[in-house]
Design a protein around this ligand. Structure first.
Ligand code: IPM
Ligand code: MG
Length: 358
């Protein structure tokens, strides 16, 4: 029987629409090849939603997401809001509200190195060769969602960082389980020498470690982790961390992969999961057909995994590796003879269509 899946598509702002279009092209040929029917339905979120409706996350978008089997998301953000600290409505609020409303408490960001790209990283190839880790970032708590205040005279502001045991336990359980299927090492990244919330994370993770005796656990302060990730990235397997630390170290980790344009992510939780590249809206390149679509295409592969379409996901990853090995890439990876966004998407599509590689 033909499988049917409803996919909500939130292309968003900046380069979002261009990179999402390529991922959809790839998902369509995957659908044909694996006899799966994807029904794509688009909705607005971010600056484009503010322009159209005044709301960065319109109700119609949330409703569509709630009734879909998965969400493919591009990027949000627009410089006109970044440069206006007094803006009352911001594109980012749409994404944060979506994460909260869908209960997407775990953001999973795999970091892989490709031998063909080692020379492109500003880090020395021998240091990063073989690095392969995954960041489990808590996504619906911490300082992102704690109370925010600003005094009436505007001279004082605060952001509260708060975590409960259950919020820590649910993501830690996912991270421990992931470690069990990988190299069995989990590193908790925190700031337990200063922050009370970090001490709670440590307490909870230390207690849970007893339930996963096959997983080696270590604890690292975030400042040290930021340095170690660059010095010795191969030591990491699963990194577990809070919302803000995860945001920061995952951007840092993209340097190891060679380009921001390569890192996918999955946000999972209570119901529908969301898949998005970790890069932002890159407004400078918007509409120019030069942004790297591979992070979004790899996010589509994670989406397929979540629908148990493992062979299809493997095929996409093979196509991406091939495009990197053959230098069929956009300008971020290929300054001599860059391909356009659409050409890279076409290359991945042609790989999937070409049955001769099977
Ligand atoms: C990310 C982004 C978001 C975040 C922004 C756009 C709100 O940087 O997904 O990493 O900080 O979580
Ligand atoms: Mg970020």
């Amino acid at each position: 029987m033909q499988k049917e899946f409803n996919i909500a598509v939130l292309a968003g702002d900046g380069i979002g629409p261009e990179v999402v279009a390529e991922a959809i092209k790839v998902l369509k040929v995957i659908g044909d090849r694996y006899e799966v029917n994807f029904h794509f339905q688009e909705a607005l979120m971010g600056a484009c939603a503010i322009d159209a409706t005044g709301n960065p996350l319109p109700d119609a978008t949330l409703d569509l997401c709630l009734k879909s089997d998965a969400i493919l998301f591009g990027a949000i953000g627009d410089p006109k809001y970044d440069n206006d600290p007094n803006a009352k409505v911001r594109p980012e609020q749409g994404l944060l509200a979506l994460r909260k409303n869908l209960g997407l408490f775990a953001n999973i960001r795999p970091v892989t190195t490709y031998d063909s790209l080692l020379h492109l990283s500003p880090l020395r190839p021998e240091k990063i060769k073989g690095a392969d880790f995954v960041v489990y970032r808590e996504l619906t708590g911490g300082i992102y969602f704690g109370e925010k205040t600003r005094s009436e005279d505007g001279q004082y502001a605060s952001d509260l960082c708060a975590y409960s045991v259950s919020e820590i336990e649910r993501i830690a359980a996912l991270a421990f389980k992931a470690a069990q299927t990988r190299r069995k090492k989990l590193t908790l990244v925190d700031k337990a020498n200063v922050l009370e919330t970090s001490r709670l994370w440590r307490e909870v993770v230390r207690r849970m470690a007893g339930d996963y005796p096959d997983v080696e656990v270590d604890y690292m302060f975030v400042d040290n982790a930021a340095m170690q990730m660059i010095q010795w990235p191969t030591q990491f397997d699963v990194i577990l961390t809070s919302n803000m630390f995860g945001d920061i170290i995952s951007d840092e980790a993209s340097v190891i992969a060679g380009s921001m344009g390569l890192l996918p992510s999955a946000s999972i939780g209570a119901q529908t999961s969301l898949f998005e590249p970790i890069h932002g809206s890159y407004p400078q390149a918007a509409g120019q057909n030069r942004a790297n679509p591979l992070a979004t295409i790899l996010s589509a592969a994670m989406l397929l995994e979540s629908l148990e379409l493992h062979d299809a996901a493997t095929e996409i990853r093979a196509a991406v590796s091939k495009s990197l090995a053959e230098n069929k890439t956009t300008e971020d990876l290929n300054s001599d003879a860059p391909m356009t966004t659409a050409e890279v998407g076409d290359y991945v599509v042609s790989y999937v269509l070409d049955v001769s590689h099977v």
